[in-house]
Design a protein around this ligand. Structure first.
Ligand SMILES: Cc1cc2nc3c(=O)[nH]c(=O)nc-3n(C[C@H](O)[C@H](O)[C@H](O)COP(=O)(O)O)c2cc1C
Length: 177
């Protein structure tokens, strides 16, 4: 099978990581590839925030957990011990910003898998950056306040075999005349 197709089909969300940071070269490849994601009108409006400081990741993990809809156990890390945290933000002034940010997130997880880096897309960035703390962070980072959180990706070397995908839904695809 074509290698790209094989990679797209074999990528799975990884939720257990080795205690080892990914290489700078791998991170660079993933980030650069993400900037080639399709965006509405080619506006490239999303931004990718990169966090590798373990203390900062821990702080963001606790923040993320605070938005979990049901009670999450104290020892449950919503980032699963991922060594690198990426946050994708997108500019709400663009009509396609949610799609643009999601497009970037999709490229990130697939680029990571293609070079042997495990990843998991993590939710609740919208809640985080709608809050006063999120707005303060945008200001601190020099990012306009029109930016919203679209999603996170945690990256690391998988410490687990890739889980088996669920069977694909039979009615996923509709052919019409
Ligand atoms: C919008 C979106 C939000 C997600 N949020 C989370 C999340 O917060 N935590 C998590 O463990 N996985 C999250 N995932 C990963 C999905 O659970 C995962 O993609 C799905 O179960 C299918 O598994 P696979 O990625 O291994 O194919 C999210 C995926 C998407 C697309």
């Amino acid at each position: 099978m074509n290698q790209t197709i094989e990679n797209l089909k074999s990528r799975r969300s990884i939720r257990k990581f080795k205690d080892e940071q990914i290489s700078d070269e791998e991170l660079k490849i993933i980030l650069e590839t993400a900037t080639y994601a399709p965006t509405g009108r080619g506006a490239q409006s999303p931004k990718i925030v990169v966090i590798q400081n373990p203390e900062t990741i821990k702080e963001f993990s606790e923040w993320n957990r605070s938005y979990f809809p049901t009670e999450m156990p104290e020892d449950m890390d919503p980032f699963y011990g991922g060594k690198t945290l990426l946050i994708v933000l997108a500019d709400s002034e663009f009509p396609t910003y949610i799609e643009d940010g999601s497009s970037v997130l999709t490229v990130i997880v697939n680029a990571a898998h293609a070079i042997g880096v495990g990843s998991c897309w993590i939710h609740r960035a919208r809640d985080e950056f709608a809050s006063q703390k999120g707005k303060d962070l945008l200001k601190k980072w020099g990012i306009p306040e029109s930016y919203e959180g679209i999603g996170h990706v945690v990256l690391g070397y998988p410490d687990i075999d890739a889980p088996k995908p669920l069977p694909r839904k039979k009615d996923y695809i509709h052919y019409i005349d």
